[in-house]
Ligand binder design. Structure first.
Ligand code: SF4
Length: 354
């Protein structure tokens, strides 16, 4: 059986044609799947009976289940633990903000990159998520929101609000799973699917150059969020092993080149770690390294995880670092992660391997 949630509308149109039916039926099937959230969209009489019968024989909707949910007492963000149909587990985090609902989603079960400050990295990589498993996270979050109108009231968002922004910053290095991520984005931005704007989706990467090339080939204006964390080659290789394969300088050059071709500004994420990357000298080096790049920097005070001895700098150190960048005319913000009390903040997502 084929998981319908793995199919882009173009793929479904091809299927309709292969069954000697017009491709346009894919539009209705998509609308019923994602807008009406039907779990058997081939029923309902809007496609020919023969096509509906063929689909019933070949397709299913494989939705994970929400096996746990934890709500933050501080900021009302909600962390979902999802059980996949093969028993694997991933997490996603729903974060209410002024006028928008952002969902942080996972792209892999675990992660192969092994960044030392990241809890997910300690799991190792178990497997990639399929496109269907990626979009399921949005599907299930929207279903949860619909079932909890009181939560929308608490976070002061209008009734019927649904996920409006997606960040691929949950478990996994998304660009280690480009095929799954690109297909999922196509479904998320499809006007008959989730109808989100591409500008409302950010794909985070630790600096996976092959993946950057591959995603720009298919989605040239996709918004990337590059995790920098240090511009010192030796230090960065120590905290982010991916730097040994693709040094930051090469990745930044590639991003400059894409911007010359018309790509949008990039978000740079910089997790601040006490005594590792938090000095004013580090801030000057960072400013120098990103010269000529249209970029905004988020400084993220480290979320301390119990398994690591790394700690977060004090507020004065963070402010001095920010001031150096600000004085150089760089757009910079200090962003405290949401959901810290439920271990849903950046680098804290982890589930036990099966
Ligand atoms: S920070 Fe991202 S890329 Fe690095 S180990 Fe964690 S999930 Fe993987």
């Amino acid at each position: 059986m084929i998981d319908l949630l793995n199919m882009t509308r173009a793929g479904l149109a091809d299927y309709c044609l292969s069954q000697a039916h017009p491709a346009v039926h894919a539009n209705q099937l998509f609308r019923h799947t994602y807008k009406r959230m039907s779990d058997s969209p081939w029923h309902g009489g809007f496609i020919p009976q023969r096509l509906a019968e063929a689909m019933k024989q070949s397709f299913e909707i494989k939705l994970p289940v929400i096996s746990e949910q934890h709500k933050s007492a501080y900021d009302q963000s909600v962390k979902f633990l999802l059980s996949l149909t093969d028993g694997g587990k991933v997490e996603s985090v729903l974060m209410p903000e002024k006028k928008r609902l952002t969902l942080c989603i996972s792209s892999q079960v675990g992660c192969a990159q092994g960044c030392v400050f990241c809890h997910t990295g300690r799991m190792g990589l178990l497997r990639n998520l399929s496109a269907g498993e990626i979009v399921s996270q949005v599907y299930l979050a929207n279903a949860w929101i619909a079932e909890h109108p009181g939560w929308l009231e608490t976070v002061q968002l209008p009734a019927k609000s649904r996920v409006s922004n997606i960040v691929f910053m949950g478990m996994g290095e998304p660009l280690d799973n480009v095929d799954g991520v690109v297909s999922a984005i196509k479904i998320l931005i499809d006007p008959f699917g989730f109808a989100l704007g591409l500008a409302h989706i950010s794909v985070s990467t630790a600096g996976h150059l092959d993946g950057i090339n591959a995603i720009f080939e298919q989605l040239p204006s996709v918004r990337l969020a590059l995790s920098v964390h240090s511009v010192d080659d030796v230090k960065r290789s120590k905290i982010m092993p991916i730097n040994r394969r693709w040094p930051l300088i090469t990745v930044l050059d590639r991003l400059r080149e894409q911007q010359r071709l018309g790509a949008k500004g990039i978000l740079l994420q910089y997790t601040m770690i006490r005594g590792v990357n938090d000095s004013e000298h580090d801030a000057h080096m960072l400013a120098e390294a990103i010269a000529g790049l249209d970029a905004k920097i988020n400084l993220i005070p480290l979320n301390e995880v119990s398994a690591s001895r790394l700690t977060c700098p004090d507020a004065v150190t963070i402010q001095s670092f920010r001031d150096v960048l600000h004085q150089k005319g760089i757009r910079v913000m200090v962003r405290y992660s949401k959901g810290q009390d439920i271990a849903a903040a950046c680098g804290q997502l982890v589930v036990k391997a099966q």
